[in-house]
Design a protein around this ligand. Structure first.
Ligand code: NAP
Length: 379
């Protein structure tokens, strides 16, 4: 299977290897950052448009939190590549990166190009392993061109899978689903697995992997079209529309023996409802809490946590980059499943670099189904 061989090759280097060598995502953010001045680099006669962080948002990011600017594209230095960005990955985590304070990664500084994973084409290379024309993914930022350390990008082949798939199912969200569910959730055949954010990039993959492992899978998503998608397209056993149904009663109905594995992408009331319905020895995976990311009066934690004690259950948070050393293993199996048609990948492609501020908000308004990416230029 071509896609399998390719995924393995890609995982030997690129953002997987860069994390191990240089300390997770920070290294790539620096490598892809073109904040360096034109005194330090040789400018080229091409304009690079960029979105920089202008202010730390309060609540949902607004237009004035961004600075849209232009600077000349520069020549790459030793070991670096110049990449023309084709697709930018829009991830809920970007909202957290805009906040000040301690997290698993340094905040984006005011005036810095907004951090983002992206896919693009190498237009000039001073790295022995990459040539002009190659396609790569990495933390390249919200801009049209990026200079990156060649060791901090991953070579990908758009003949084997479309570029947006490398930002979704075969990229960071896919690895999040794979390791979060299998390593922390440890699902067994016959388990009842519930996942929130079920129609999204991570949740849609979590539910499909759980089905492959012989589990009964219940998704929680907003609106009936998303619920139909996860059941009819992705093969979940049932879906709960949290905007139209009472989640607690629906969980009782769909999970009569309780929840063995709850994969949480949203936090808030949905996490509380799931906690109240755990089975004995349940595993709760804290992957994200998107319902809380724009809270202006602080994040609200769960109140039903004593259910963990009563049910001898565990609740574990994780960050996908913890699994950097094992990405090759995840990518190989995911690529096999994709190649065999056992796993479906869904991407939601928006267009136009200048739409970035509004397109990012689609994540928080529930307007995406599958992996949200922004197409910046034709591939
Ligand atoms: P996504 O699910 O593709 O997109 C976000 C979805 O969240 C929206 O479509 C919306 O779906 C839902 N949502 C938005 N506001 C909500 C609210 N107030 N209450 C409930 N649901 C809401 O995003 P993703 O990339 O797959 O990320 C999913 C979660 O995983 C996020 O919390 C993200 O931060 C986290 N994550 C964590 C890691 C890690 O390493 N721990 C890595 C990647 C992602 P509905 O229409 O269904 O509401």
């Amino acid at each position: 299977m071509k896609v399998v061989l390719f995924a393995l090759a890609g995982c030997r280097r690129g953002f997987f290897a860069a994390e191990r060598a240089n300390g997770r995502f920070e290294s790539q953010a620096r490598a892809g950052d073109t904040n360096q001045t034109t005194e330090e680099r040789q400018p080229m006669d091409v304009a690079n448009h960029q979105f920089k962080l202008a202010a730390r948002p309060v609540g949902l990011p607004k237009a004035t939190d961004w600075h849209y600017g232009e600077s000349p594209v520069a020549e790459p230095g030793d070991g670096e590549v110049l990449v023309k960005i084709l697709y930018i990955s829009l991830d809920p985590a970007m909202r957290g990166w805009m906040n000040d304070g301690r997290s698993y990664i340094a905040p984006v500084a005011i005036g810095e190009v907004m951090r983002a994973l992206a896919a693009g084409q190498v237009v000039a290379s001073n790295h022995p392993g990459l040539a002009a024309g190659d396609y790569v993914t990495g933390l390249l930022g919200v801009q049209e061109y990026a200079i990156a350390n060649g060791n901090a990008v991953m070579k990908v082949d758009p003949q084997l899978a479309p570029l947006p798939v490398y930002l979704g199912t075969l990229g960071m969200p896919g690895m999040t689903a794979y390791f979060g569910l299998l390593d922390i959730g440890r699902p067994s055949e016959g388990d009842t697995v519930v996942v929130s954010g079920a129609a999204g990039a991570v949740g849609g993959v979590v539910g499909q992997i759980a089905k492959l492992k012989g589990c009964r899978v219940v998704g929680i998503a907003g609106r009936s079209a998303k619920c139909r998608h996860v059941v009819e397209e992705l093969g979940f056993d049932a879906a709960i529309d949290y905007q139209a149904e009472d989640v607690a009663s629906a969980l009782h109905e769909h999970c009569p023996g309780g929840i063995d594995v709850y994969f949480d992408n949203v936090g808030g009331d949905i996490l509380d409802a799931a906690l109240a319905h755990l089975a004995r020895s349940a595993r709760v995976i804290i992957c994200g809490a998107i319902s809380q990311y724009n809270a202006v009066d602080g994040m609200r934690g769960p109140s039903n946590y004593m259910s963990l004690l009563v049910n001898h259950a565990s609740m574990t948070g994780f960050v996908v980059s913890d699994y950097g050393d094992r990405y090759a293993e995840g990518a190989r199996e995911m690529a096999e499943w994709l190649g065999a048609g056992k796993l479906k990948s869904r991407e939601d492609v928006a267009e136009g670099f200048d739409t970035f501020p509004d397109t990012l908000l689609r994540l928080f308004k529930g307007e995406n189904t599958g992996k949200l990416v922004l197409k910046v230029a034709g591939d």
